[in-house]
Write a protein that binds this ligand. Structure first.
Ligand code: NDP
Length: 292
């Protein structure tokens, strides 16, 4: 293997230690302990694991967490009423609605009901608008995690060609806004990259990817990015999480691509841990914002 592994687990640990130190000082000075309220509807096993991981991360950095577990039969109105009470609660700083919600519940209506100042996932249209204007209140957790990895691994982005495969509201689209950002906010250097976003209708995808200095794969198809799609020396970030018979794999054919990339993230142990960590970062930011 020639690529240097970008170790998301180690970077995540480093950032959590920084957050824990800052939270301790903040709590000592203000008497406020940041608090994240997680709302889980139904009993999707993967969602339960995600919420448990977030709860453990909260404990590690000194953030309180509340778990609101509702049955799959919960109505939209009941869920909205819970969100309203969490919006009002002065001891709750961040609200997380674990997705997916059961069918029959209008996900956008629910996400739009979260107080934008407590919207630590940065899904609310007000927060998306602020990001697109280059004055973010919160950065979306997964794209922010990717940016932290690139920054802390010394990847120079300015003027480079970054190709993002995937245009979802959660990963691809906000990733493109962070990578084209002109000014630095919330830690990482301003990226100033030239960005191409690809999706299922993109023509000559392999050719577009081969022109990339940096590839961000967020497709949701195991081993989708093959070695033929990667320029030797490119930096490759794999956001994908795919459960296969061989276990958890990413969107990148790691075995082959790691032979020619200069730096690459593994799955697991790459972007995943950062997503949870940046949620802690946002919850702490929300507590500072709401108490100022
Ligand atoms: P979505 O399914 O919402 O989006 C997938 C994107 O990939 C879409 O834009 C789709 O295009 C595009 N796509 C699908 N097939 C192709 C194709 N053949 N060629 C080119 N583009 C294609 O997924 P998410 O963005 O939510 O997630 C992507 C992956 O990242 C998943 O594996 C998910 O589990 C993982 N993930 C990981 C996180 C982490 O913390 N590491 C956090 C969030 C997600 P189109 O728009 O045209 O349909």
């Amino acid at each position: 293997m020639s690529a240097v592994i970008m170790d998301g687990k180690a970077i995540s640990k480093e950032i959590q230690a920084e957050i824990a130190a800052e939270v301790a000082t903040f709590t000592k000075q203000s008497g406020i302990t940041p608090c994240l309220a997680a709302v889980l509807v139904g009993d999707d096993p993967a969602s339960e694991v995600y919420v448990r991981n977030k709860h453990r991360a909260c404990e590690r950095v000194g953030i309180k967490s509340q778990m609101h577990k509702l049955p799959a039969s919960t109505t939209e109105e009941e869920l909205l009423s819970l969100i309203d009470s969490l919006n009002q609660a002065s001891d709750v700083h961040g609200i997380l609605i674990q997705l997916p919600l059961p069918s029959g519940i209008d996900t956008l209506r629910v996400l739009d009901a979260v107080n934008p100042r407590k919207d630590v996932d940065a899904f609310h249209p007000e927060n998306v608008g602020l990001i697109s204007q280059g004055r973010p209140r919160f950065l979306p957790c997964t794209p922010h995690g990717v940016q932290q990895i690139l920054d802390r691994c010394g990847v120079e982005l300015s003027g480079k060609h970054a190709v993002i495969v995937g245009r979802s509201d959660i990963v691809g689209k906000p990733m493109s806004m962070l990578l084209t950002a002109k000014d630095s906010t919330h830690g990482p250097q301003a990226a100033n990259a030239t960005v191409t976003i690809c999706h299922s209708r993109t023509r000559n995808l392999a050719e577009v990817c081969r022109s990339a200095d940096v590839i961000i794969a967020a497709v949701g198809i195991a081993n989708f990015v093959t070695v033929e799609m990667v320029k030797p020396g490119a930096v490759v970030v794999d956001v994908g999480i795919n459960r296969t018979d061989e276990g958890l794999v990413g969107d990148v054919d790691f075995a082959a691509v790691s032979q020619i990339a200069s730096q690459i993230t593994p799955v697991p142990g790459g972007v995943g841990p950062l997503t949870v960590t940046m949620l802690m970062y946002n919850t702490f930011d929300a507590a500072k914002l709401l108490s100022s």
